[in-house]
Design a protein around this ligand. Structure first.
Ligand code: ADP
Ligand code: MG
Length: 322
C-alpha cells in the first residue's frame, strides 16, 4: 500500500459532508467557506507515542482521542466544530490498525459534524496531530481572560478518573476490575463538552478545558484575567469509583491530574439563574467549587478552611529542563 492508497482507503471516505467545504482531501489545499459574522476558532494538538499515550494503545481509542482533545479545545471557546486536518507519522502501514484508527476517529467526527479536509502522512515514530476549526459568533468566544472578582467557579462532569487510570496503567495503583474498566474508559474516551461550551457562551465570563489538571488550568484563567480564586476542593465532583478510594488516593489526582477534558469556567453572580435555566442543554452536570477573588493567588481549602498543599500542580513537558 503506497501513501496515496492509504489516504484514499482510510481517510478520504466521507464520514461527514458539509456544504461549506468547497474542496476536501485530494488537492494541494482544502477550500472552505466560513460563514459571515463568525470568527474562526483554530486549535492544534500533537499526540506522541510514549509521551501522550502508551505504546500499544488500541487504535480505535487513539483515533477517537486524537480528535476528542481538539474538540475539547473548541468546546472551551464555545465554538461549533466545522473542519479538521490530520497529520500522521506511522512506523508502518498496518491495514487493521488504520481501519480501527480511522473508524474511531470518524465515529466521533460524525457525532459532531466535523469534516476531515486534509492532512499529511509520513513514515516515522507513531505521532498523531489534529488541527480543528470551529465557528463562534463574533465577539462571543469564551476566553481565559474574562474572569472577574465575584464570579463563581464551576467545573463540568467529574474529575480524576482519567488520572486514576494513568496511575493504574503505570502500576502505581491497583483497582478492582469494574473500577478499572470505568476509569480506563474516562482516559481513553473523553467526552468533549461541545454542547456545554455553546450553551455557556451567553453565561460564562471565562472558560478553559482541563487537560493539565484543575489547579493548573484554573491557574491559567487567573493569570490571564489578573485575579485570584478560592476553591473548596472537597466540592470538586468525583465519580463513585473515585469516592470509594478517596481515603487511599486523596484529592491530588482529581485536583492536579490532567486528561479529564472537562471544562472549568466562571459565571458572574448575576447570571447564576441563567445557568440554572440552561442546565438541560449542557449535556453534563456542572458543579460550583469556589469564587474568583481579588489578588493573584489560587487558594484551595477544605470545608474547614485548611489549605491543600500538593506539590504537583499539573503536567508541564519542560518543567525539569534548566
Ligand atoms: P502535498 O504533497 O500537496 O502535501 P500529499 O500528497 O501530502 O499532498 O496529500 C495529498 C492529499 O491528501 C492532500 O489533499 C492532503 O491534504 C491529503 N492527506 C494527506 N494525508 C492525509 C491524512 N492523514 N488525512 C487526511 N488527508 C490527508
Ligand atoms: Mg504532504
Amino acid at each position: 500500500m503506497n501513501e496515496f492508497e492509504l489516504i484514499r482507503t482510510y481517510f478520504q471516505r466521507v464520514a461527514t459532508r458539509r456544504v461549506d467545504v468547497v474542496l476536501g482531501i485530494g488537492d494541494d489545499c482544502a477550500l472552505v467557506t466560513p460563514p459571515p459574522d463568525m470568527t474562526l476558532a483554530v486549535t492544534t494538538d500533537l499526540l506522541v507515542e510514549g509521551v501522550h499515550f502508551f505504546a500499544g494503545t488500541a487504535p480505535a481509542a487513539l483515533g477517537r482521542k486524537a480528535l476528542a482533545v481538539s474538540l475539547s479545545d473548541l468546546a472551551a471557546m464555545g465554538a461549533v466544530p466545522a473542519w479538521f486536518t490530520l497529520n500522521l507519522s506511522l512506523p508502518r502501514a498496518d491495514a487493521a490498525w488504520l481501519e480501527a484508527f480511522s473508524a474511531g476517529m470518524f465515529d466521533l467526527a460524525r457525532r459532531y459534524n466535523i469534516e476531515l479536509i486534509g492532512g499529511d502522512t509520513v513514515r516515522g515514530p507513531l505521532t498523531v496531530g489534529v488541527q480543528a476549526c470551529g465557528f463562534v459568533p463574533n465577539g462571543r468566544a469564551l476566553r481565559r481572560d474574562g474572569a472577574r472578582v465575584g464570579d463563581r467557579v464551576f467545573v463540568s462532569g467529574e474529575l480524576g478518573d482519567a488520572g486514576l487510570a494513568l496511575r493504574a496503567r503505570r502500576g502505581e495503583l491497583s483497582l478492582a476490575a469494574t473500577a478499572l474498566a470505568t476509569v480506563n474508559e474516562r482516559l481513553d474516551l473523553p467526552q468533549p463538552r461541545i454542547e456545554a461550551g455553546i450553551a455557556l457562551r451567553e453565561i460564562a465570563n471565562s472558560a478553559i478545558d482541563i487537560s493539565d489538571g484543575l489547579l493548573a488550568d484554573l491557574g491559567h484563567i487567573l493569570e490571564r484575567s489578573g485575579v485570584g480564586a478560592r476553591i473548596d476542593y472537597e466540592r470538586v465532583p468525583v465519580s463513585e469509583t473515585y469516592r470509594q478510594i478517596l481515603p487511599l488516593v486523596g484529592w491530588g489526582v482529581a485536583l492536579a491530574n490532567g486528561d479529564d477534558y472537562e471544562l472549568c469556567f466562571t459565571v458572574p453572580a448575576g447570571r447564576l439563574e441563567n445557568l440554572a435555566n440552561v442546565r438541560s442543554r449542557l449535556g453534563c452536570q456542572v458543579t460550583e467549587i469556589g469564587e474568583i477573588v481579588a489578588g493573584r493567588e489560587l487558594i484551595a481549602c477544605d470545608s474547614r478552611g485548611i489549605q491543600w498543599k500538593g506539590e504537583q500542580m499539573g503536567h508541564d513537558h519542560f518543567a525539569s529542563e534548566p
